[in-house]
Design a protein around this ligand. Structure first.
Ligand code: RB5
Length: 148
């Protein structure tokens, strides 16, 4: 499995913790930054991470900002991205099995590393169920195409 990672300054510390955690599990990670505490705009980080996932260079992306919300809103503007901001394992699991989410977003100022690792495990460990959920994804895709 290959994961694309990215954060703004608000998510830097948690992003780095997650990178270490994934490395310790021998999961391949590419870090799109940011790499310093200097302020950066989260849409500028969401873009390359999401594009690399859409290009199938990676299986999933993990994005971190202060709350996880801004970066998830930015990611969800990109066609084909289904980004879920999660603060618990249940939603992380279900957003894979029901929503076929391809990007996990986390809040570096909201949760600590221990909970984040559980959420990452729940997200990466789950498969999309398909079936009735596929029809709903198709409807999401139609909203993306023509807004209805
Ligand atoms: C940056 O200060 C902060 O606004 C950002 O990390 C995020 O929380 C936005 O949703």
């Amino acid at each position: 499995m290959k994961i694309a990672l990215g954060s703004d300054h608000g998510g830097l510390s948690l992003k780095d913790e997650i990178k270490g955690y994934l490395n310790s599990k021998n999961i391949e990670v590419y870090d799109y930054g940011t790499f310093t505490e200097d302020a950066v705009d989260y849409p500028d980080i969401a873009k390359p991470v999401c594009e690399s996932v859409l290009a199938k260079q990676f299986d999933f992306g993990i994005l971190v900002c202060g709350t996880g919300i801004g970066i998830s809103i930015a990611a969800n503007k990109i066609k084909g991205i289904r980004a879920a901001c999660c603060s618990d394992g249940y939603t992380a699991k279900l957003t894979r099995s029901h929503n076929d989410a391809n990007i996990l977003c986390l809040g570096g100022r909201v949760i600590g590393p221990g909970l984040a690792f559980m959420i990452v495990d729940a997200f990466l460990g789950e498969q999309f169920e398909g079936g009735r959920h596929s029809l709903r994804i198709e409807k999401i895709n139609r909203l993306e195409e023509n807004g209805r």
